[in-house]
Design a protein around this ligand. Structure first.
Ligand code: ZN
Length: 163
């Protein structure tokens, strides 16, 4: 019966994280600013506007062109080049995950946790696949390298109506 008491020896009381997350819930824009600063990105107006479009609607999969169109509709004055740059900066900072679906098109996923995807060919729609994909045998990576991540994209097409 000599279980160590987990908190008895801890002198670093850190009650702040919880308090901060409660405080932030009230103001999504300051949440976004904090989030950008935490990953080392200056919260410029363009980053905040684009971040708002990206992150305010739950998890989504979006291409640069789709985000550009959204920003036009939302009257956010940005160029397509800025949208590309911002998406890549967000990805490098770990706020987005980039998925190369085919040679010409990258999707950016606001859910950066490990998960796999369905891609509906022809309609260019990328969706999260339900859990349950397991990748059994992976090849041995070359010397000095390790597998960072496995992305599975299961390609779908609509079933043509029964003849
Ligand atoms: Zn996803």
């Amino acid at each position: 019966m000599s279980e160590p008491i987990p908190f008895a020896s801890s002198t670093t009381a850190k009650p702040s994280a919880h308090d901060i997350s409660l405080a932030r819930r009230g103001c999504p824009v300051s949440d976004l600013k904090d989030r950008l600063r935490r990953v080392g990105l200056r919260p410029t107006r363009q980053r905040i506007s684009l971040g708002w479009l990206l992150f305010a609607k739950g998890d989504r999969h979006i291409t640069a062109e789709m985000l550009y169109e959204e920003s036009m509709r939302a009257r956010v004055p940005v160029s397509l080049a800025t949208v590309y740059n911002t998406l890549h900066q967000f990805t490098e900072a770990g706020l987005l995950r980039q998925l190369a679906v085919d040679g010409s098109k990258s999707y950016f996923d606001t859910n950066t946790t490990e998960h796999h995807h369905f891609f509906l060919e022809g309609e260019e729609e990328l969706m999260d696949a339900p859990a349950g994909i397991s990748v059994g045998e992976l090849p041995e990576p070359p010397a000095g390298m390790e597998i960072a991540r496995v992305d599975v994209i299961v390609r779908l097409r609509r079933v043509s109506p029964a003849a």
